[in-house]
Design a protein around this ligand. Structure first.
Ligand code: ATP
Ligand code: MG
Length: 442
């Protein structure tokens, strides 16, 4: 090898890896994700929500104008770049802004209500850790054109039903607060700033910075050194406007009627500027500090803020990675979320290749739910059996010289200590049917 070739090859030896905080979803995880996604889809259908899919890139201005210039997301977490035309674009850090943009752009909000949901990757440049990534996936729900507490209650009930479907309900708790009207919030803000100024010495650096930019976010601080002054801080709940107070009381009454437990958390403020009135979070103690699984609230001002007509709206977003982590942590992954093969179909020699291929097709034709994998690639008897064992299938169907001569197939149990059976191929479908139904196997 000449030196020039060597030096050309040198750099390519270093393997290129994924971007930090951005995960590959590997085959052994995909069944669990599909299970969760399937539950989500079924749920949305049952509540009459329609899916909307929007691009993962939008004009940067969309997020600045909706999420707010002085929020963590816009200040330090967005993936923003100039494209080749010099336009400033951003990988979406959340779904609501895009959803509003699309609904407005396509006239979905003209004198009508909309119940929409979306799912997909979001991007935030945060410090990667368990449950916190730079590309993560959210499922979100947005309802437009409905101002009353009934729709707030519906979105909360919808999320509660998802926890129930996944077996998570007793492992999450609902926190609720009201942020009141924009006017009530502005007045409260002044009260709060005055309070924090009086306790300036106790504020950490982050909170001092927020005192001028976004004082309500100080309430969100997890710094234990500040917990005392935060607990004693004036509460927005005590400064609500009458309409917001009534809205909140009615929401609470609806949740009571539906038997949904909640805790009112006066310090719950959420990190996005567009929220007003209802805000809520579903949290868990099982995931450490990444304990918020789902969060949302009302954002009646956002459509107008983005150039549309005043349109009441409420929604939430849940983090799929955290949901999946929670299911794993609590060992709540059902067997149906493990994509295991039912049958490994094994031609024992070359002469069995064609009959095995055809048998596989016949089985799939007759039993659409059956998961059959055909052994390909030949190999010695021993290596074929080893592949069958490693396939994870419950059963192996063996086709060799004897079986072919007799029109039979040998059924071998791969995960149970049971005698193997020789069966006529003609009766195979009837024989396998109970297996699929989870019935005891003959
Ligand atoms: P957190 O307080 O955990 O930072 P957030 O208030 O920034 O969450 P939202 O913007 O409300 O979160 O997003 C809704 C949900 O999306 C969160 O409750 C969480 O489940 C999920 N989520 C948000 N950021 C991330 C992330 N970086 N990685 C994984 N999931 C995330
Ligand atoms: Mg965050």
């Amino acid at each position: 090898m000449s030196t020039s070739q060597a030096s050309q090859k040198e750099p390519s030896k270093k393997k290129i890896q994924a971007i930090r905080g951005m995960n590959d979803l590997l085959p052994n995880q995909s069944a669990l994700w599909q299970y969760v996604e399937g539950q989500v889809q079924a749920l949305m259908r049952r509540y009459g929500y329609a899916e909307i899919r929007t691009p993962i890139i939008e004009q940067t201005a969309l997020f600045k104008r909706s999420i707010g210039e002085v929020t963590d997301i816009v200040e330090k977490e967005m993936y923003t770049f100039d494209d080749r035309n010099g336009d400033s674009l951003t990988l979406r850090p959340e779904g609501t802004a895009s959803c509003v943009r699309a609904a407005m752009e396509h006239g979905l909000l003209h004198n009508q209500t909309q119940r929409l949901w979306y799912q997909g990757p979001m991007f935030r440049h945060e410090r990667p850790q368990k449950g916190r990534y730079r590309q993560f996936h959210q499922v979100g729900v947005e309802a437009f054109g409905l101002a009353g507490p009934d729709i707030d209650a519906e979105t909360i009930l919808l999320s509660a039903r998802l926890w129930k479907a996944l077996g998570l309900y007793q492992h999450v708790s609902l926190e609720l607060n009201s942020l009141g009207s924009a006017e009530a919030r502005a007045a409260y803000r002044d009260t709060l700033v005055a309070y924090f100024e009086a306790h300036y010495e106790t504020l950490d650096e982050d909170s001092r910075r927020r005192l001028t930019s976004n004082p309500m976010r100080i309430l969100d601080s997890k710094n234990p050194a500040m917990s005392e002054i935060l607990d004693a801080a004036p509460r927005l709940m005590d400064h609500l406007d009458d309409a917001s107070r009534t809205h909140f009381e009615q929401l609470c009454a609806l949740l009571d009627a539906a038997g949904i437990d909640y805790v009112i958390n006066p310090r719950l403020v959420r990190g996005l500027d567009y929220y007003g009135r209802t805000v809520f979070e579903w949290t868990t103690t099982a995931l450490g500090s990444q304990g918020t699984v789902c969060a949302g609230g009302r954002y009646d001002g956002l459509v107008e803020q983005l150039g549309g007509k005043p349109t009441p709206a409420v929604g939430f977003a849940l983090g799929l990675e955290r949901l999946v982590l929670l299911l794993e942590t609590l060992a709540l992954v059902p067997d149906s979320a493990r994509d295991e093969l039912d049958v490994y179909l094994l031609p024992m020699d070359e002469s069995a290749t064609t009959p095995a291929l055809l048998l596989g097709e016949r089985l799939r034709e007759a039993l659409p739910a059956l998961r059959v994998q055909l052994h390909c690639g030949g190999g010695s008897f021993k290596s074929r059996i080893k592949k069958a064992d490693r396939s994870g299938a419950r059963l192996a169907l063996l086709l060799g010289e004897d079986e072919l001569a007799e029109g039979n197939v040998t059924l071998k149990f791969l995960r149970e200590a049971r005698e193997q059976q020789r069966l006529p191929q003609a009766g195979l479908v009837e024989h396998l049917t109970p297996l699929l139904k989870g019935e005891p196997f003959a």
